[in-house]
Design a binder for this molecule. Structure first.
Ligand SMILES: Cc1cc2nc3c(=O)[nH]c(=O)nc-3n(C[C@H](O)[C@H](O)[C@H](O)COP(=O)(O)O)c2cc1C
Length: 207
């Protein structure tokens, strides 16, 4: 009975375009993976009134620990600016339109990877990609982070236009780490449009 009631509620809520969850039933709570993927967008305007706690950011980063990496090297590191002062200081180091677009984001996370591990076998680059495998691991880890963020109701923007030297000195990031993206975390003000995507036959070949 409980499950039937839940399914009826879910059906009516989904007609309103929402993604309900039903705790305490075998179907359990939360949006499906496909719903998370479909509703994730790069968000460039955040709600100034909604804050995010350190505990919530810890949950996000904890999830990334499960991401695969080269030989389980786990080279990715995160520097999370959560105090208003640190967030403002990190924001100053964003380029392009990124400062304006993250003006009200409550959290900015800098993502790095330790060089010289991923892509290496017995101290030598294992193939032509070399240290690029660290960037690969970083991107995979970031994907876990942004999708977990969406599951938790947050929105994100990955930013590659940033002043890496400024970030290094502001946050004390060691030279052994390559600085990759800054990721804003917050709550969307409105639903962004979905930028056009290629179709599957443009990106995949089947043999
Ligand atoms: C590695 C990387 C770097 C990016 N850098 C920026 C950036 O500096 N500023 C920005 O506004 N968006 C940036 N983006 C976001 C992309 O523009 C965005 O993901 C893309 O347009 C697709 O839109 P969607 O994320 O809403 O699906 C970046 C995304 C990636 C993956």
């Amino acid at each position: 009975m409980k499950l039937i009631k839940c399914l009826l509620i879910m059906a009516s809520i989904s007609m309103l375009g929402l993604t309900p969850g039903c705790k305490g039933t075998s179907k359990d709570s939360g949006p499906s993976f496909d719903q998370i993927v479909a509703s994730r967008r790069s968000v460039r305007q955040y709600d100034p009134d909604k804050k995010i706690s350190e505990a919530e950011i810890r949950t996000l980063i904890q999830t990334t620990i499960e991401a695969p990496s080269w030989a389980n090297n786990q080279p990715v590191r995160y520097y999370a600016a959560i105090s208003p002062e640190k967030v403002a200081a990190v924001r100053e180091l964003l380029g392009g339109n990124n400062q304006r677009n993250t003006a009200d984001a409550p959290v900015l996370i800098v993502s790095t990877y330790k060089k010289g591990g991923s892509g290496f076998f017995r101290g030598q680059a294992a193939n032509e990609i070399g240290d690029g495998w660290g960037a690969y691991d970083n991107g995979l880890s970031n994907a876990y982070l942004i999708l977990k963020a969406r599951e938790m109701g947050f929105d994100t923007l990955i930013m590659g236009i940033r002043d890496s030297q400024g970030l290094r000195s502001l946050l004390g990031i060691p030279e052994e780490e390559e600085i990759m993206a800054v990721i804003s975390v917050g709550y969307r003000v409105q639903d962004p449009n979905r930028p056009a995507r290629k179709n599957i036959d443009e990106i995949a070949v089947f043999f």
